[in-house]
Write a protein that binds this ligand. Sequence first.
Ligand code: TMP
Ligand code: ASP
Length: 240
Amino acid sequence: MVEPGALLYEGKAKKVYATPSPDRVVVEYKDDATAFNGQKRGTIEGKGAVNNRMSNLFFRLLEAHGVPTHFVEELSERRTVVRRVDIVPVEVVVRNLAAGSMAARLGIPEGTALRRPIVEFYYKNDELGDPLVTPDHVEVLGWASAEELEEIRRLALRVNEVLGEFLAAQNVRLVDFKLEFGRTGDGRIVLADEISPDTCRFWDLKTGEKLDKDRFRRDLGGVEQAYQEMMRRVEGGLGR
Ligand code: TMP
Ligand code: ASP
């Protein structure tokens, strides 16, 4: 059993603790929720447990399909051991339908289908509000090498295929999602952070009902219920 040591970092939704092993850390998921770069704050009861469990189930599913991740071992309802990585300071968004910031920026109705998935990069910087950047910015400013960027794009599209197919079988449309990648000690790129209703748009395939954090961002109500419903569907799809 890994006992968490010193607190290394506290973010908006997670805390990270040291472990006796230098290449492992413990992530703890909180119920705290923020939106619009921290301007909107609240609590989503049970969110930490859902995001921990769902991320880990997705990471294991992805590993089984050849996507390397930071996942090591789930410790408890809210805590997981992961590999310690250097986070690439770029948020990678994959979109299957226009929604959210893309729909707003380009004046496209939410839900418009895209001919093929779009991959976007955002520079992780709270002061700047995570600005949209191009692959050239990522490479020239040294956030990732050209080879790493190519690997990140390949893995992001593979995640989209694997999760899109899995979720469709649970009556969920994977509209878009955000990933973060890290470098291991030996320089390999692995999927890190989380994959949860906080970081994805999930729409019911038949009704279009939103089953993700947009219920919180947009004050739609039924936030906790949406997280629990998504957890139920993901567990159901994995026979749990
Ligand atoms: P966006 O449409 O607001 O750019 O969001 C795209 C996807 O990224 C959506 O599934 C939600 C997720 N996301 C995060 O995980 N963190 C963020 O800070 C933002 C803005 C979006
Ligand atoms: N990263 C955003 C914030 O802090 C959250 C979001 O919209 O998902 O506040």
